[in-house]
Design a binder for this molecule. Structure first.
Ligand SMILES: [Zn+2]
Length: 174
């Protein structure tokens, strides 16, 4: 098994759409950033890359590259997931905590959970979405995301399946 951790923050900015976890949330401000500013997907990307020691989001998608201006952050998650699969792992579960003053995440948590699960090819029950307000932190102008991921070796499931198949075959021969 491998564990990964990711962290990101973006500043709120008026006049841009707000995207968190690949979901558009109704709000009068969005998150500024070179891409679409999806703070949760960026932290997930870094957690996945970190778990297989494959560097970080900036190494794959440098903010200096005009290709990633306004980019859909789903692209970043997909590349990180590809690196995880290349290293021979699958995602076991993801947990996250968002820290932001507004908007309230509670009413959207299930939608975000389903979207993140879809992106990672896992079940919603394997994705934790939690949110807190930044009490006493003075970060009301920003959204912050903390993410932990657990990976398991892809071959483990396969091997156990193979083992049970072999056992059955042996039984049949007897
Ligand atoms: Zn970011």
């Amino acid at each position: 098994m491998r564990i990964g951790f990711g962290w990101d923050s973006h500043e709120f900015k008026p006049g841009v759409p707000l995207k968190i976890g690949g979901v558009h949330l109704p709000h009068d401000q969005g998150l500024s950033g070179h891409s679409d500013g999806d703070v949760l997907l960026h932290a997930i990307t870094d957690a996945l890359l970190g778990a297989v020691a494959a560097g970080d989001i900036g190494g794959y998608f440098p903010p200096s590259d005009p290709r990633w201006k306004g980019a859909d952050s789903v692209i970043f998650v997909k590349e990180a997931l590809r690196q995880v699969h290349l290293a021979g792992y699958t995602v076991s579960n993801v947990d996250s905590t968002l820290v932001l003053a507004t908007p309230k995440i509670g009413p959207h948590a299930k939608t975000i959970q389903a979207r993140v699960a879809e992106l990672l090819g896992i079940k919603p029950t394997q994705v934790g979405i939690k949110a807190k307000t930044p009490e006493g932190m003075g970060t009301d102008h920003a959204a912050i995301a903390h993410v932990a991921v657990l990976l398991e070796k892809a071959s483990r499931k396969l091997k156990s399946k193979e083992r049970s198949a072999t056992k059955k075959a042996k039984k049949k021969r007897r």
